[in-house]
Structures are given as C-alpha cells and as structure tokens.
Design a protein around this ligand. Structure first.
Ligand SMILES: O=C(O)CCC(=O)C(=O)O
Length: 209
C-alpha cells in the first residue's frame, strides 16, 4: 500500500513504546451508564507502527448491498482473531496493558483486534453502535488505538442529544465503556479537508463486534 503520510510534529520518537495508563487516562461520563476514557499520545513513536500497518497486512474491501447496487464500504478492513499474531509487537503490548488496567472492571480480557484503514477524507464510517453479539444486551468495552492523521470520532446518544468529539490519531487511545454501544452511537465522518491515512485498531472482548 503506498499512502503518503505526514509524521506528527509532537510524536518524534523513532521507536514505538507504550506510556503509562494509570493516573493519566481521563474518564468522561456520558448519559445512561455510558462513558469514554481518553488518553492522547498513549503510544509514542506511532509513525513506525503506522508504516507497518500500511504495509501488506491483508487489508480487504467490504461490499454492501444498497438498494439495487453493490457498493464498496468506504474504508479497508482487517480483523485479527485472538490466536493471530498482531502485525507490530507494540499492539500485543497494548492489549496486555489494557487487560492489566481494565480487567478488574471488565472482568474478562480483550481478545480480538479489528483494524480499519481510512485512506483519506472520503473514507468514513456512519453512525452505529457495536451491537453484534453480547454488546447488544450487555455492558462491555471497546478500546481504540489510532495511528496516522487525526480524524474526529463523534458520539451521540441514541435518539438524539448533544454529541461529543474526540480527535484521534498518532497513538491516541479511547475506550468506550459501560452501556456506550447500546445507548450511544459513534461515527467517523467524511471530510473535504486534505488528510493523510488513519488506522484505527479496536480491541474487543470475545463475542463482541
Ligand atoms: O475508526 C474508528 O476509530 C471507529 C471504528 C468503528 O467505529 C468500528 O469499526 O466499529
């Protein structure tokens, strides 16, 4: 994959490394038992991870039926089951660190890693909650680490209300928790601004998608 990307002027480390989570991640309480944790710049040297993720890791285009047309989903996808080796060791370390931090609250480990590649501002994902599997009926957590050009993740309550915005790229972490997948929706909107590629890595417990 040859997608030009601009390094962050803040994240200048050559080697990818996790920074501590405890005491640095801030919780935003939403309504109806939903919350979002946010830690900008959790992974340093994130550009070196992006270089690997933009390589040939098996990205595929999904297609959806829209009325009478078969259309490409506007982003590329790669899904890793729990027994697959992740493409960069810092991602494995990240999953372990998330487990150490959240296990008392979550009660189970993060297992799968879903990855999305937004090649430019035309790629996006529409409003949705991750409601396939247990997250349809149970509280859970979805942890997202972002690499590359920041894109806004918007959240809004199901049925309407004020929205929240987190600009995510360059090693930033958000964790959507509590009832967030059932009572709130999230999206990555398209933009006409010139933006480089962004890869989102979503860690989920088994049976949540
Ligand atoms: O790109 C992101 O950070 C969000 C991805 C997402 O919402 C999803 O794939 O369900």
């Amino acid at each position: 994959m040859s997608l030009a990307h601009q390094p962050s002027i803040w994240d200048v480390a050559d080697e990818a490394a996790l920074t501590p989570l405890a005491g640095r991640i801030s919780r935003h309480q939403l309504t109806r038992g939903a919350w979002v944790d946010h830690l900008p710049g959790w992974i340093e040297g994130s550009g070196s991870v992006l270089d690997v993720l933009l390589g040939d890791i098996g990205w595929r285009e999904d297609r959806r039926q829209m009325y009478d047309r078969d259309v490409a989903v506007p982003r590329l996808l790669r899904w890793y089951g729990g027994d697959e080796v992740l493409p960069h060791p810092v991602l494995t370390e990240a999953r372990t660190a998330l487990d150490d931090h959240y296990r008392p609250e979550l009660g189970e480990p993060f297992v799968t890693a879903g990855m999305c590649l937004y090649r430019d501002g035309r790629d996006s994902v529409a409003w949705h909650g991750d409601r396939i599997g247990r997250s349809r009926t149970e509280d859970t957590m979805v942890a997202i680490v972002s690499f590359g050009s920041p894109r806004p993740l918007l959240l809004r309550p199901v049925g309407g209300g004020d929205s929240q915005r987190f600009n995510l790229g360059h090693g930033d972490l958000v964790v959507m928790g509590g009832s967030c997948q059932r009572t709130w929706e999230h999206c990555i909107p398209k933009t006409t601004r010139t933006v480089g590629p962004r890869v989102s890595v979503q860690f989920r417990p088994r049976g949540v998608a």
